[in-house]
Design a protein around this ligand. Structure first.
Ligand SMILES: Cc1cc2nc3c(=O)[nH]c(=O)nc-3n(C[C@H](O)[C@H](O)[C@H](O)COP(=O)(O)O)c2cc1C
Length: 157
């Protein structure tokens, strides 16, 4: 079975729930294995564990911001920085085929903002967004997009 690798963060479990359903969908409909790594614990002594990623991959990232309005005044990314440091390490950013953002629409203009910030600073696309645990329609739409991009990127046939 062909494998697609995902590096993500999930702190309260919504993104993990989405990815488990995505994993089932890709296995059943495409015979693709999704390999999932939650990097939230990849920290030792306050520093993110350094790891070179040598295969193309996708990222999934919920927004956790505090302060400001998130756009033109101060804001701070909290809790999700291990993923940022992993992507920033070595040439890992070049292997990322794109990012899927998640969040809560109650945050208005800050909805899914961190994924857009990563895309801009690292130079890969925002593939899509979903709210909280996502719907079945989100799972199918995003799964279909990942398969197309993985094929275009030469990751799978
Ligand atoms: C302290 C805190 C800050 C958050 N900030 C944002 C935000 O700026 N934008 C947004 O869209 N969602 C925000 N959220 C909502 C989370 O992104 C959302 O609950 C997400 O589904 C959490 O994913 P997880 O359960 O996989 O950790 C915030 C949640 C918390 C607890």
């Amino acid at each position: 079975m062909q494998t697609v690798k995902i590096y993500y963060i999930s702190l309260s479990g919504n993104t993990t729930s989405f990815l488990k359903r995505l994993k089932n969908y890709l296995r059943e409909d495409y015979a693709i294995h999704l390999s999932l790594s939650n990097v939230k614990d990849w920290v030792r002594d306050g520093e993110t564990v350094e790891r070179i990623i040598d295969e193309p991959y996708f990222s999934f990232l919920p927004s956790y911001l505090e302060g400001g309005n998130g756009l033109d005044t101060g804001f701070q990314e909290i809790l999700t920085t291990p993923l940022k440091e992993l992507i920033a390490y070595g040439s890992n950013r070049d292997k990322c085929l794109g990012i899927v953002g998640s969040g809560n629409r109650n945050f208005n203009k800050q909805y899914c903002l961190t994924a857009h910030q990563y895309a801009e600073s690292f130079g890969f696309p925002v593939i899509d967004e979903f709210e909280l645990r996502g719907t079945e329609a989100d799972v199918h739409r995003i799964g279909d997009k990942l398969v197309s991009l993985a094929r275009e990127g030469g990751l799978i046939k």
